[in-house]
Write a protein that binds this ligand. Structure first.
Ligand code: NAP
Ligand code: HSE
Length: 590
């Protein structure tokens, strides 16, 4: 049984993933978005994440030559203070990338957690940290981002951990926090017998024991870090981004080789609006995994943003489907056309990712049946919660026990408008602002009247309660009927109005669902959702609850969830790992 998703009330170290991003995968500033995809992957699987980052590629070398230009002693404390700046900058950039998708991340300087170092300022080891403070920060935030490569000497000066020192930072923190996994993410997809860049037929280890790891690690893991991991009996994973396979270093006596193949999957995008453009931008940075072969829009002559891939855009569905995609991503909205395109995708042998709650709620059974009949995957994480993995959390909750009820702010547009009304903004202006920001549905009455939230509740009923629920069974209260006096009264009482969506079981066990406007005290958990943000509380029958929060609408949070589904499908269809040899040690097995 998978553990229940970590609530934001408590940190559970046995559910902690420490992910280390090396400079080789942080090739430039924009690469932090790919790191964010990797973090989001573990978050939506219910793990907390502590990310440890190296400087962007080449930045440490630039700082070294900058220091040399200025002069001074090479290993003076001032040199350490300069050389650690690359990691600090990378941590801040990754924090921003996570903020863009609505993940509550905090960049933490080693000094803040008193990450102590001993030894020379340019070649120290780690020897202590403020465990209680780090644990408190982990409980408070979904993700912590720690700059690797440095610690703080007893006299308060920074010290560097030597070449490859970010490995040591990650391993040290993983051991201190008893993390579930420490994954070193590099530009090579595991440990090889010899450098795979120099030797294309080099063999990769799927699993490796410590003795062999020392032998074959070469420069890929800092030896001091490897030794520390061994002493602390840590299970280490070495992997490239987005991969479902890795080399696992573990105490197990056997090492084994595994060949791995990665292929490019052809993707067709249906829709190139708020969400579609964001997904296309992400795919452009993952051309090793995906090739966009066509984009369907309603009006191909419409003026698009500069740089739009005009050569791929068509308003003729037969043209884009003729490219024989492996995956079709549906981001057009509505029911009839979307349903027909999804069925056509299955018919053509493609997997489907959809962001469209309307079609998924209306045709849940028939679409799942069609997917199963065709043997294809159907994923729709973005349809509920935007960038907040609500359906995944409900799946995990149901696996862990029995869900009693759910309460949430699950429509970003309604929430944004309610906040703007509370600021004194006119209703029409607030609606227009939500449309301009890309939060609202093509017909914003779906957001205002509660239909959008109702469609999401239908999907939540399936995932949290394994029970069908139809929109017609859900009572709804429209924002258009909200009396301005009620907004004013709430403001005067220091309260806020929220569109609250709820599912609970009645005494006979049947589901009851509603979308209602509720006046809440400011310290209510749901009142804390600001603007387009969403929040959800899942109450379990045993008394536990699960709380989720994040951005529920907008290009980047939504594109993140779509991308997560795409990367999952890539791991399913575009990656093969095959164990080819089991051996005690090389070269006996050669
Ligand atoms: P959007 O900005 O209105 O874009 C819709 C795109 O689909 C446009 O490119 C449009 O073509 C195209 N399109 C519409 N109907 C079509 C048809 N019948 N045939 C071919 N193309 C068609 O919408 P969006 O905000 O990206 O939303 C897309 C989907 O994601 C919706 O299901 C929505 O519920 C869901 N979603 C949105 C958000 C969000 O924050 N926006 C969040 C979560 C989920 P033209 O460009 O020619 O007009
Ligand atoms: N219009 C929807 C909202 C988009 O505002 O929540 C996200 O599903």
């Amino acid at each position: 049984m998978r553990p229940i998703i970590v609530t934001d009330k408590s940190a559970n170290p046995s559910n902690l993933a420490v992910l280390k991003f090396g400079g080789s995968v942080l090739a430039d500033a924009q690469a932090v978005h790919a790191a964010a995809h990797e973090i989001y992957r573990y978050l939506r699987a219910g793990e907390k994440v502590l990310a440890v980052v190296s400087a962007l590629a080449g930045e440490t070398d630039e700082l070294v030559s900058l220091g040399a230009d200025i002069g001074g002693c090479e290993n003076a404390p001032g040199a350490s203070a300069l050389l650690r700046l690359g990691e600090i900058r990378a941590a801040a950039l990754l924090g921003l990338a996570l903020e863009r998708i609505g993940v509550d991340a905090r960049a933490v300087d080693p000094a803040q957690i008193n990450l102590r170092a001993a030894g020379k300022p340019d070649d120290a080891r780690l020897c202590g940290l403020d465990h209680a403070h780090l644990t408190t920060l982990l409980a408070r935030h979904e993700v912590l981002v720690v700059p690797g490569f440095s610690g703080i000497l007893e006299d308060g000066q920074p010290a560097l951990l030597g070449r490859g020192g970010t490995d040591l930072s990650a391993i040290y923190l993983g051991a201190a926090l008893n993390a579930k996994r420490v994954r070193l993410i590099k530009d090579v997809d595991g440990l090889y017998v010899s450098d795979p860049k120099a030797d294309p037929v080099s063999r990769r280890f799927g699993q490796i024991n410590w003795e062999d790891a020392y032998k074959y690690c070469g420069k890929s893991i800092q030896p001091r870090a490897l030794e520390y991991a061994r002493q602390h009996d840590l299970r280490l994973e070495i992997a490239a981004p987005a991969r479902g396979f890795d080399t696992c270093i573990s105490p197990n006596g056997l090492s084994s080789h595994a060949s791995a193949r990665v292929k490019r999957l052809k993707v067709v995008l249906l829709g190139f609006g708020t969400v579609g453009e964001g997904v296309y931008a992400h795919l452009q940075r993952h051309q090793d995994l995906f090739e966009v072969s066509g984009i369907l829009v309603r009006n191909a002559t419409k003026e698009r943003a500069e740089g739009a891939p005009e050569h791929l855009i068509s308003d003729d569905a037969s043209v884009v489907f003729a490219t024989r995609p492996d995956i079709v991503v549906e981001m057009i909205g509505g029911v009839e056309a979307a349903d027909a395109f999804i069925l056509n995708a299955f018919f053509g042998g493609a997997d489907v990712v959809s962001a469209n709650k309307a079609v998924m709620a209306a045709n849940y059974d028939s679409l799942h049946k069609a997917a199963a009949g065709a043997g294809r995957a159907l994923r729709y994480s973005a349809a509920v919660g935007g960038g907040v993995p609500m359906l995944e959390a409900l799946d995990q909750a149901r696996e862990a026990g029995s869900v009693k009820n759910v309460n949430g702010v699950i429509n970003g547009t309604a929430n944004f408008i309610l906040d703007r009304l509370a600021d004194g903004c006119a209703f029409d202006v607030a609606v227009r602002e939500a449309q301009e920001a890309g939060f609202a549905e093509a017909d914003p009455s779906a957001d205002l009247d509660g239909d959008d939230a109702a469609a999401k509740l239908c999907l939540m009923a399936r995932h949290g309660f394994n029970t069908p629920l139809r929109p017609s069974q859900i009572s709804m209260e429209s924002l258009s009927d909200l009396d301005p006096k009620r907004v004013e009264a709430a403001r005067n009482d220091g309260k806020v109005i929220r569109q609250v969506s709820q599912i609970k079981r009645n005494s006979k066990g049947a589901l009851q669902a509603s979308v209602e406007l509720k006046t809440l005290p400011k310290d209510h958990y749901l009142a804390g959702a600001k603007g387009e943000r969403n929040r959800l509380v899942i109450d379990m029958d045993g008394g536990d609850d699960v709380q989720l929060r994040g951005k529920g609408a907008g290009r980047w949070p939504t594109a993140e969830a779509v991308m997560a589904d795409l990367l999952d499908i890539h791991r399913l269809r575009g990656q093969d790992e095959e164990t080819i040899t089991v051996c005690a040690a090389e070269p006996a097995c050669a």
